[in-house]
Design a protein around this ligand. Structure first.
Ligand code: AHG
Ligand code: MN
Ligand code: MN
Length: 335
């Protein structure tokens, strides 16, 4: 490795870019980095212990909760609670947000929203999963308990966001609004090294990612966009290729590196789509935009949607800017 830079060093080097107090973001990211390593260790040996499979319970969204969903949720919350920067956490796995009210949180200024384990239906079959996180300044005064309004902020208010992909290698990718940088975990050292500086999503690509099994439920705009992706047109490199892992983080990460579009539309089965605005769509939208890409609900910018509830779902179109523009064109034309 020539000139290795660790995630810890990088965060400290760049903390001057952060508009608030020096060190706060570094502390916060170090909680996330630590929890990510612990979760990574558990995922890597998942087949060996008693951590595969379902808990037998459903989460607030009525979805099957996997043991690793619960484990990851606990790890991230524990790591964030152990330091003083965060006054509360909203998690996909918990019905309500959690308020941190110990002495060390009496001056905490941030809230975190998290999908602790994304793609959990893929765990038992050894396919990549992820974590997605989003960080906001609280809007209520420090020293008081965090309130719902601290969590229901539009995505354009995020101060940082990122994801971890537990793949063939484990990567942590984040932004503070000054571009996107990716770090790969060296598991023998337990250290993340800068491997993908200044990540950029290609303006266009030839990958489309959507669960086509739901085709009959899709709106006409999406059906026609899919047809467009499949048509022969040499100058625009069509037909595109179809890739769908079923782990949003992994599908997004691939499209970010190679150029592509990911779509989870609304359907007759799921009137607002499946993905959650606060835990999944906003953080990835922030990263996409910071990497020169785009994220939309088919008609408007994801990050400008004013959230109304914690577990709100939203149709999601994200990836290469020209591809998302084209999909929006179809949505408007056929709506
Ligand atoms: P989660 O595991 O956090 O509930 O998220 C699953 C999401 C996302 O990762 C993935 O892209 C999508 O669900 C897949 O849904 P379908 O199986 O309906 O395609
Ligand atoms: Mn998810
Ligand atoms: Mn999840």
């Amino acid at each position: 490795m020539s000139n290795p830079i660790t995630l810890g060093e990088f965060v400290i080097e760049k903390q001057g870019q952060f508009p608030y107090a020096t060190g706060e973001l570094s502390q916060l990211l170090s909680s996330i980095r630590l929890a990510a390593k612990v979760v990574n260790r558990e995922i890597n040996k998942a087949g060996l212990g008693d951590v595969l499979g379902a808990v037998g319970a459903q989460n607030v969204q009525g979805e099957q909760q996997m043991k690793l969903d619960v484990y990851a949720d606990e790890m991230f919350i524990k790591a964030l609670r152990a330091r003083g920067e965060v006054c509360g956490v909203g998690s996909e796995e918990n019905e309500d947000f959690i308020v941190f009210d110990e002495e060390i949180h009496s001056n905490s200024k941030y809230v975190v929203l998290i999908d602790p384990l994304d793609g959990s239906s893929n765990i038992d079959v050894n396919v990549s999963v992820g974590t997605i996180f989003s960080i906001y300044r609280r809007v209520t005064p420090p020293g008081t308990p965090a309130k719902l309004e601290d969590f229901l902020q539009a995505g354009n208010k995020q101060v940082a966001a990122g994801y971890v992909v537990y793949g063939s290698s484990t990567m942590l990718v984040y932004t503070t609004g000054h571009g996107v940088n990716g770090f790969t975990l060296d598991p023998s050292l337990g250290v993340f090294f800068l491997s993908h500086p200044n990540m950029q999503i290609p303006k266009t690509g030839n990958i489309y990612s959507i669960n086509e099994g739901n085709y009959v439920h899709f709106p006409d705009g999406v059906k026609n966009y899919i047809k467009y992706c499949q048509e022969l047109d040499v100058p625009t490199n069509r037909p595109y290729t179809s890739r769908y892992i079923g782990s949003l983080v992994s599908d997004f990460h691939r499209n970010m590196l190679k150029g592509g579009i990911y779509i989870y539309p609304k359907g007759t089965k799921s009137p607002n789509g499946k993905l959650r605005l606060l835990y999944e769509c906003n953080p990835l939208a922030f990263i996409a935009e910071q990497a020169g890409g785009k994220a939309s609900n088919g008609f408007k910018r994801i990050m400008d949607i004013q959230p109304e509830e914690l577990h709100q779902r939203v149709p999601f179109f994200i990836g290469s800017v020209e591809m998302v523009d084209k999909a929006e064109e179809f949505m408007t034309k056929f709506s």
